[in-house]
Ligand binder design. Structure first.
Ligand code: PLP
Length: 365
């Protein structure tokens, strides 16, 4: 049987969660599981995230799925609700919502959750420079006052645009703007205002700003969130292994071309293997010549370059340097080696995208 396979290693996930706890020991953790847990499947990851304080999702559907799977701790809806009716569903399911624009503020003020509801906790979004979601300075102060008056507990929150590059000048500007509003609100409001700024990259790069809640996503799944350190340097373990099998063996003659567009031409006689995976499974078509896979042959493992154009259902690798390879040998597309961060670099993108756009075709074990 043709098998492209995705396996999830829950203990790697727990390890990475513990890494976040070690780096941010005083903050609560909202583990981000949006987009089906970055392609890992919410169902597969929730058990390993038990020690997180809550999970973060982007849509109401994702939140309801997590509740159905038995997640009883906090759920943060990071884009908030999209209608007054969704606000009611948030209350009914004990979700804590981001409020980032006036309509959401209106819905929250018109329909107050019961006193002990988790929906009484609001993530109030301040736009400090990302310029997507969030109120400006004046609006956020006004919104905070009204929500405070209505009995809501507030987490002032913002999101960095360049946290992966520590020295980027917008980072300090965003922090400055955030601190100013936070201080103003702290004096103005009666409540014990909380703060949350950090995604994975900021958790690593801005330890002084972990504050009350951190919001790790990609680092939980074992990818490096920063530009200057690898996952290995950060002691993060790959959670997903994406693998396939050798489905045929061939030898091509010097001068022969392989695949669509005849992009790769053999310089010498070359032993090749056909691997049962392609862009139809989610392996990126656009990888350059740096792309490689790992072939598992018994107890040995070999690194082999991807050659020719990746197709929908298959790709070709060069096995010239290997001893005999058996049909059906396992081929690792990403996992420990190569790391998905390396494949992403070969494809000119980031690991987030490769993980999220895996198709429904691979078997999930
Ligand atoms: C997705 C998301 C995160 C997590 O980002 P990573 O870079 O994956 O750590 C944090 N905060 C918000 C608001 C998000 O939407």
């Amino acid at each position: 049987m043709r098998t492209a396979t995705i396996t999830i290693n829950p203990s790697a996930l727990t390890h990475n969660l513990n890494r976040v706890k070690a780096i941010a020991p005083h903050a609560k953790i909202l583990a981000m599981v949006k987009s089906n847990a970055y392609g890992h499947s919410v169902k597969a990851v929730l058990p390993a995230l038990k020690q997180a304080d809550g999970i973060g999702v982007a849509t109401l559907t994702e939140a309801l799925e997590a509740r159905q799977l038995g997640w009883s701790k906090a759920i943060g809806l990071v884009e908030g609700v999209f209608s007054a009716q969704e606000w009611q569903q948030a209350i009914a399911n004990d979700l804590s919502c981001v409020i980032h624009h006036a309509p959401q503020l209106k819905w929250a003020l018109e329909a107050l959750p019961p006193t002990h509801s988790a929906t009484k906790l609001v993530w109030l979004k301040y736009n400090t420079g990302m310029n997507r979601l969030g109120f400006n300075e004046e609006q956020v102060i006004e919104a905070a006052k009204r929500l405070d008056d209505a009995g809501y507990q507030l987490i002032l929150t913002t999101h960095f645009a360049n946290a992966d590059v520590r020295e980027h000048p917008l980072n300090s500007l965003q922090i400055q703007r955030f601190s100013k509003v936070f201080d103003t609100l702290q004096t103005m409001l009666d409540q014990d205002l909380k703060a949350s700024l950090c995604n994975s990259a900021a958790i690593v790069n801005f330890p002084e700003y972990h504050c009350d809640w951190v919001r790790p996503g990609i680092m939980l799944y074992g990818s490096s969130p920063v530009s200057d350190q690898s996952a290995d340097m950060l002691d993060l373990q790959a959670v997903m292994t994406f693998s396939a099998q050798i489905m045929a063996l061939q030898t091509v003659k010097a001068g022969d071309a392989i695949g669509y567009g005849s992009r790769w031409i053999a310089a010498t006689d070359t032993r090749t293997a056909l691997v049962s995976v392609g862009y139809g499974d989610g392996y990126p078509r656009v990888v350059d010549d740096s792309a490689y896979v790992q072939v598992v042959a018994g107890i040995e493992r070999f690194v082999c370059p991807v050659i020719g154009r990746v197709a929908m259902d298959m790709l070709v690798i060069d096995i010239s340097t290997l001893p005999e390879v058996a049909l059906d040998s396992t081929v690792i597309l990403w996992g420990e080696v190569p790391h998905v961060d390396e494949v992403a670099a070969s494809a000119g993108t980031i690991s987030y995208e490769l993980l999220c756009r895996l198709s429904a075709r691979p078997l999930r074990l």
